[in-house]
Ligand binder design. Structure first.
Ligand SMILES: *Cc1c(COP(=O)(O)O)cnc(C)c1O
Length: 431
């Protein structure tokens, strides 16, 4: 399998090169030359596959011969070695809980798959790679946790000061070793811009091997298809489910759509946005414009210019009519997010996190128009990660999962920097 750039100005590369490069040289996103189709045999039998077999089947055509089959099977097994339960909330709404991994968010899947692929490639090439990543909260923890003490890798994480929760900050600043956390005096868009500028800097890239762990990296992006298949394994109803995805950079939803294009029998996708709703505006008007980001309680979705939008356009061949037919957009403001979180707790005793609440409200909008359908929300993070916004809404303390209790009391290590491209450059040269 080869990958071309969505900007169409770079030579196509294989899986390994695309993973190592992250972003294509022309700043486009890598995209597979063909979208593989699941075989009829697979579609008939996938419900009886183990999680690692399922992951392996899905990812194999994308990896090609860049990783030997037995190694890839091992990588898949480590990537998905926790639970992905599909839990009913109401008659027609289910929650796919993606927060049972080490950092309590769905990003653990993509980050674990990426780190293990990169580890294999670094070993093969005997080279050191620096992973540079901007985070709005959850990416940082997932990436740091996945790369901790992985040989030949150095991780540099940029996160916006005061805009991530306490647990999130602890998850990325307490690890040490090969993990460097940079607290940026700016917002997530600043962090993302600084990272993009570093990747575009020719001299810097000659000096060191820089790789991205953002959802633009194909290893992170493509492996997110796994849990849509896990959801389908657990789906017991006749009609296909609608998937409602809380969307920020649109990596998660684009992976689901990709799996659907390969033949996974799902219904359409709901792109649930918070007030950062550039995609919703496009859905309504047919023209796409990035917007400045706005802070909300679902802060992992506070993205004014979602980086995976070119992939969404590519999947539907830039055709607005096809996008409208296959994706439903919803814009959920802060008041509805809070009201939904409260309502679902009071009526169903289910604690959503703010991102899950946006997805839930988006799915309700779609189901109101299609009352005979049923759907699945992607519950992308454990509510404890957003404790300060959730607890006052449900008037109750959220239990801290045992797996993160050690963070409290651990020593925080980070470096504070201005939202300035050159400051980042100086740090990178000093590594
Ligand atoms: C990253 C994140 C999102 C947004 O996912 P994208 O792939 O960027 O659209 C949603 N919810 C949570 C909890 C996240 O961490």
């Amino acid at each position: 399998m080869l990958y071309y750039s969505t900007s169409k100005n770079s030579v196509p590369v294989n899986f390994k090169e695309a993973v190592i490069q992250g972003l294509a040289p022309d700043k486009g996103l890598y995209f597979p030359e063909q979208i593989p189709l699941f075989s009829p045999h697979f579609l008939e039998h996938f419900k009886s596959y183990s999680k690692e077999e399922l992951a392996f089947e899905i990812i194999s055509p994308y990896v090609g011969d860049c990783i030997p089959k037995d190694v890839l099977m091992g990588i898949c097994a480590e990537t998905v070695n926790f639970d992905f339960p599909l839990v009913p909330i109401t008659e027609s709404i289910y929650s796919l809980e993606l927060f049972h991994g080490p950092t309590l968010a769905f990003k653990d899947v993509g980050a674990r798959f990426l780190s293990r692929c990169l580890q294999y490639f670094c070993q093969e090439d005997k080279q050191k790679t620096t992973i540079l990543v901007a985070t709005s909260g959850d990416t940082g923890g997932a990436v740091a946790n996945s790369f901790l003490q992985v040989e030949n890798t150095q991780v540099v994480i940029l996160y916006p000061s005061q805009k991530v929760s306490e647990i999130q900050e602890l998850q990325l600043t307490t690890l040490g070793h090969n993990i460097l956390a940079l607290e940026v005096k700016g917002d997530f868009d600043d962090c993302q811009r600084m990272v993009k500028t570093a990747f575009a800097d020719t001299a810097l890239n000659q000096h060191m091997i820089l790789s991205s762990a953002n959802s633009i990296n194909i290893a992170r992006w493509l492996s997110q298809q796994f849990y849509y298949a896990f959801a389908m394994q657990q789906w017991q109803h006749d009609g296909p489910p609608v998937f409602a995805v809380p969307s920020g950079n649109f990596g998660n939803i684009c992976a689901g759509i990709l799996a659907r294009l390969s033949g996974l029998p799902t219904d359409i996708f709901v792109a649930a946005c918070n007030s950062n709703d550039a995609f919703y505006d496009y859905y309504v008007s047919g023209t796409y414009h990035a917007k400045p980001s706005i802070a909300t309680i679902s802060n992992a979705m506070d993205v004014g210019n979602p980086s995976n939008i070119p992939r969404l356009f590519e999947m539907y061949k830039q055709d607005y009519a096809s996008i409208k037919k296959n994706v439903f957009a919803a814009s959920i403001d802060e008041a509805s997010t809070k009201a939904t979180l409260q309502k679902v707790f009071e009526q169903e005793q289910y604690i959503l996190d703010p991102h899950g609440a946006v997805a839930y409200a988006g799915l309700e909008k779609y189901l109101a128009l299609h009352p005979n359908k049923k759907g699945i929300i992607l519950e992308t993070a454990h509510p404890i990660k957003f404790k300060p916004s959730v607890e006052p809404l449900i008037h109750q303390a959220i239990e801290v999962p045992v797996s993160v209790q050690h963070l409290f009391g651990a020593e925080k290590k980070n470096i504070c920097i201005e939202a300035n491209d050159d400051e980042l450059k100086v740090i990178l040269y000093s590594l």
